[in-house]
Design a protein around this ligand. Structure first.
Ligand code: TRP
Ligand code: SF4
Length: 329
């Protein structure tokens, strides 16, 4: 059976939150379990440098924290290849070659580029590396001759650009690369405790490694239906993020009870949150405990990443031989 090559990466942002779990990791795990796939998952530490080039002191520990979360969630190094981007130098060589053939306008009109320049006002992002972010991402993907790229919807333009770059390479030098496709699945939208997008930098995230009492406290602070000002006002669960959490973490009877009793003001937000927090905890606590257990085995993360990077390197090296031959260099 011809297996599909799956490749995906995450920037090392440190500890992961429940948004990451349902946004990306669920897909990673589904693909890891499929018989017809060969999965490569990596830490995009060079990509972190495209924006955080001036503050690198926690970069290494962020790599470790994130991989610990992957493992605690059930990403299995026996089934997939886990590695660090900067440990496989071939990505950099392919990035350089791709940079020669990538037209500047393709990069300048990339929606995430324009958006980040607008949003990250405090940081100077008028750098060569930041403009080239998608070129490096294209190299990450095609160096494994990947077919499927499981990512969040925000990354789709980057996968599209990867296809364009791969097509241009094939056009100039011959058919070396398959054209990869984004792999999206419906993911429930979990907002942060303040109803903005869940993000570490907003301070509104519930982490997979949070202790029980931290989780309870964060849940009690969650924003609810703003129309429901007092206990006697009926609420609308459809506009309440606490209810979105119930839909993921609570059993069906409780979901329908909340759906009913919120509208008739029979249940108060405090009780509703307490019930949700306990169900959320039965999801988080085992992950957190597994994380501690893995963390106590010293050197395990490093060993997994070294072995994975070695495997990734041999695939990447093989592709680079074909690439150099095709380019004629
Ligand atoms: N840009 C991705 C993100 O911000 C991370 C990433 C880098 C990536 N290289 C990749 C994702 C290759 C998929 C494939 O999340
Ligand atoms: Fe939200 Fe629950 Fe309060 Fe309804 S009762 S507004 S679902 S927290």
């Amino acid at each position: 059976m011809e297996k599909k090559v799956v490749l995906s990466g995450m920037r090392p942002t440190g500890k992961l939150h429940v948004g990451h779990y349902f946004g990306v990791l669920v897909n990673w795990m589904d693909l890891q379990e499929r018989e017809d796939t060969d999965c490569f998952y990596f830490v995009a530490d060079w990509h972190a440098l495209t924006t955080e080039y001036d503050s690198t002191s926690s970069l290494k520990s962020n790599v470790r924290e994130m991989v610990l979360d992957w493992l605690a969630c059930g990403i299995d190094p026996e089934k997939v290849t886990l590695f660090v981007q900067s440990w496989v130098k071939e990505h950099a060589e392919l990035h350089l070659l791709l940079s020669m053939i990538t037209p500047l306008p393709w990069l300048e009109r990339n929606p995430t580029y324009k958006e980040q320049l607008r949003e990250q006002e405090t940081r100077d992002l008028y750098t060569y590396g930041f403009l080239g972010y998608p070129v490096l991402q294209a190299a990450d993907i095609i160096i494994y001759r990947a077919n499927l790229v499981p990512v969040g919807i925000d990354q789709v333009p980057h996968v599209e650009l990867t296809r364009e770059i791969a097509r241009r390479f094939n056009h100039f030098y011959g058919d070396v690369f398959p054209l990869p496709e984004p792999y999206l699945t419906e993911t429930p939208k979990l907002l942060g405790t303040d109803n903005r997008k869940m993000s570490k930098s907003y301070g509104n995230a519930i982490f997979l490694s949070d202790e029980d009492d931290q989780v309870r406290k964060k849940v009690m602070e969650m924003v609810t239906d703003p129309q429901r000002k007092t206990r006697r006002d009926p609420g609308d669960p459809d506009v309440c993020n606490v209810f979105s959490f119930h839909k993921i973490f609570s059993p069906p009877e409780l979901i329908s009870r909340v759906n009913r009793e919120c509208r008739s003001a029979e249940i108060g937000c405090v009780e509703c949150k307490k019930l949700m927090a306990e169900n959320l905890l039965s999801f988080i606590s085992p992950i957190r405990e597994r994380r501690k257990e893995i963390e106590s085995r010293s050197g395990i993360v490093e060993k997994i990443l070294e072995e994975g990077s070695e495997k990734a390197r041999s695939v990447a090296r093989n592709t680079m031989e074909k690439v150099r031959e095709a380019v004629g260099i």
